[in-house]
Design a protein around this ligand. Structure first.
Ligand code: SF4
Length: 459
């Protein structure tokens, strides 16, 4: 029987490589890698094996030893620009250790598939993990047409498709070690991830989704997946939609489905502040949503406009009030060092976060990710070398900055974390909000991590 291994390779850090948005975790959190979970929906269970080396904390040697004794025909592995060097070395060695055809998925493979297939001994790249014909190619050896699969030996068969609606079957959640995953803002376990669409209809110039067309999943299939999740006893989900609520009526329908088919589930999602409104937030709350992550980015309207964010600072304030009124926790994503922002603008953005009702804040340094306009401009006009791919800015000093020095930005970011998370009033508020033992464990662990990281004990 044909065996397919879905692989999240090892890394020395807690790497999140899925959904074309590679980053190094700021704490000790992880979720089932979305690309791999979706791909598990394509194949029968008996053909599949899953190995997530990040959550299983496996190192390279143990993986090679384990796989060398197995019969594996195909490997679909994650690869990210944030772990570029590690991943390159790993797959290079893996191709010598196992007799399997290797295909890759991730931000870098999607953006530079031809280059990757030339530099690494792999068979191909999965260009779209929600829409492809991998099952026919792997299980039926049907190479007549390769839908969204780049295969250099058969590159003339590549057909790039982008349907408005898609299905991929019901992912095999049970093959993933669901009890081991944990979210920094999670309340219950076991947890998993699920999606209702792909990419985002907006085109913010720093975001990998800028150049990926938006499409929707068949909601009947989503409903079937909810039933499976409920039967598996999963208690928490992270909705992977890049911007839940872009279509209000569809979002209301999704909330109704969650309420009916997973009546006890609690969940978390990403939203645009411009999509927050009373009717939708009320429906989300009733369906079990406890935390919404909002892309606030900066409080400088000119910068927001220059990155094509299409939100206003007033919409941000309104979104926070609405969520607070429904007792939904909010996480604000902020970006320090956007090309239009001066130090004073960043300080004002940080002050805004401290004086807001946000439950969590995530301060990031502007990163010219592969396949974005920000990257194109950084390479063309701002001196970024075209061969620097390892833009690992999540946990260290930036490798590239525009108008403000790397040292200044790094210091500002650390200071922001310290000031936000070490406020006594904040700590008391968090302790009073605990709803489960799992949440207490996460709070203590993530709290320790933030403290250590920001007094520079953890490197
Ligand atoms: S709205 Fe969010 S997900 Fe959509 S392009 Fe902008 S940053 Fe990316």
């Amino acid at each position: 029987m044909t065996k397919v291994l879905l692989l999240n390779p090892p890394s020395k850090k807690v790497a999140c490589r899925d959904y074309y948005c590679g980053h190094i975790a700021k704490g000790d959190y992880s979720w089932p890698p979305y690309d791999l979970l979706v791909l598990s929906g394509l194949f029968p269970k008996e053909n599949l094996e899953v190995l997530d080396c990040i959550v299983e904390k496996k190192d390279r040697e143990s993986v090679f030893k384990y796989l060398s004794s197995k019969k594996i025909d195909f490997i679909i592995g994650l690869f990210s620009s944030v772990t570029y060097s590690e991943d390159e070395a790993f797959y290079s060695q893996l191709s010598k250790e196992v007799d399997a055809k290797i295909y890759l998925s991730g931000d870098f493979p999607k953006a530079h598939y031809k280059k990757l297939c030339t530099s690494l001994p792999i068979k191909g790249v999965v260009l779209d993990f929600v829409e492809n014909n991998l099952k026919e190619v792997f299980l039926d050896n049907k190479y007549t047409e390769l839908v969204n699969i780049y295969h250099p030996e058969e590159s003339h068969l590549l057909s790039l498709k982008n349907s408005q609606n898609f299905t991929y079957g019901i992912p095999k959640h049970e093959l993933f070690p669901l009890n081991k995953y944990k979210l920094a803002q999670g309340i219950f376990r076991p947890l998993t991830v699920i999606g209702t669409d792909f990419s985002c209809p907006y085109s913010c110039t720093f975001c990998f989704f800028e150049k990926i067309s938006y499409k929707k999943r068949d909601l009947q299939e989503f409903q079937e997946e909810l039933k499976v999740i409920n039967n598996l006893g999963i208690k928490e989900i992270m909705l992977m939609d890049a911007s839940f609520g872009v279509n209000k009526n569809r979002a209301l329908k999704i909330c109704e489905m969650i309420k009916v088919y997973c009546p006890k589930i609690s969940w978390i999602c990403e939203m645009r502040v411009s999509d927050v409104n009373v009717e939708l937030i009320k429906a989300m709350k009733e369906a079990g949503c406890h935390t919404i992550m909002l892309g606030i980015e900066t409080q400088n309207q000119k910068s927001l406009d220059s990155i094509e964010k299409h939100i206003t600072t007033e919409q941000t304030k309104n979104a926070l009030i609405v969520c607070k009124n429904f007792s939904i926790r909010t996480l604000g994503h902020f970006i320090l060092g956007l090309p239009g922002d001066k130090i004073q603008d960043m300080k004002e953005t940080i002050e805004f976060s401290l004086n807001s009702s946000l439950s969590f804040a995530s301060y990031n340094i502007a990163t010219p990710m592969v396949n974005t306009t920000m990257r194109d401009e950084a390479e063309a006009n701002q001196g970024l070398k075209t061969d620097i791919y390892n833009m690992n800015l999540s946990d260290g000093k930036p490798l590239w900055t525009h108008t403000v020095s790397a040292d200044e930005l790094y210091a500002l970011k650390k200071q922001a974390y310290r000031r936000f998370y070490l406020r006594p009033s904040y700590i008391i508020r968090q302790l009073l909000s605990i709803r489960s033992f799992n949440q207490l464990q996460i709070l203590v662990r993530e709290g320790i991590y933030v403290v250590l990281k920001n007094i520079q004990v953890v490197k």
